[in-house]
Design a protein. Sequence first.
Length: 241
Amino acid sequence: MTEHDHNPDLASQLERCQDILQYDFADRDLLRQCLTHASLASNRLDSNERLEFLGDAILGAVVSDALYGRYPDLPEGDLTRMKSVLVSREACAKITARIGLEEVIRLGKGVRLQKQVPQSILAALYESVIGGVYLDGGFEAAKEVILETIEADFEGVQDDVLQNFKSTLQQLAQKEFGETPSYRTVDEQGPDHSKCFKIAAFLGERQFPGAWGNSKKQAEQRAAENALATLEGAAAPHEDS
C-alpha cells in the first residue's frame, strides 16, 4: 500500500494536480514526488529536485522548438532572448500561480508557515511536474502540457523582449521634428478569426512604408521599424512583409 492509498489529503492533491494539467499519471507515486519539496521529503532523492533538473531541460527544448516555428524571420540572438524570458524562474513561478499548482505543493511545516511560498519553490514545482509528465508519458505528453500552460506567455513576448521600435520612433520624432507618430491600418486580409493587418506610420502627412503583421500590435512595431530605417536612409525591412 502506498502513501496515497491511506492519505485522503494526498489523494485529493494528486487528483487536483491531474485536473489542472489535464493529464492522468500512470505512476501516481511519481506524481507525489513531483509535488514534494525537500522540506517534507524523507531524503533529498525522494523530493522533486531531480525532477526539476529534468523538467528544466524538457521545458527549454519545447519552448525553443515553439519559438523556432512561430518566428521564422527572427535571428538566433532574438530567439535566445525570448526563450530566456519564457523559461525564467519568474515566468515558471507565474505559471504555477496562474494555473493553480501552488494549491497542491507538498511543503514541510517550516516552509508552510511562511507568509508566501518563495518564487524559487514555485518555479521548481512547475519544472518538476514537467519532468514527471515526461517520465510518465513521454516527450509528446510533456510538450502538450507545456504548450497548454505556457501559451498565454507567448502573447506579447516578442514586443517585450525585442527592441520597442514604436518607442524609439516616438522619441526620435519628437526630438527631431516636434511631432508624435501616428499609425493607420492601410489594408487587411484574411477571415475574422485569422486576420492580417498592414499598418503604416505617419509623421504629419508623411506616410512611411507599411508593414504586415498577424496582429495590429505586431504590424505597428514593424511599421515603426520601417519608418526608422527610412529616416536613416536605409531600405524598409518590412516593406514587402
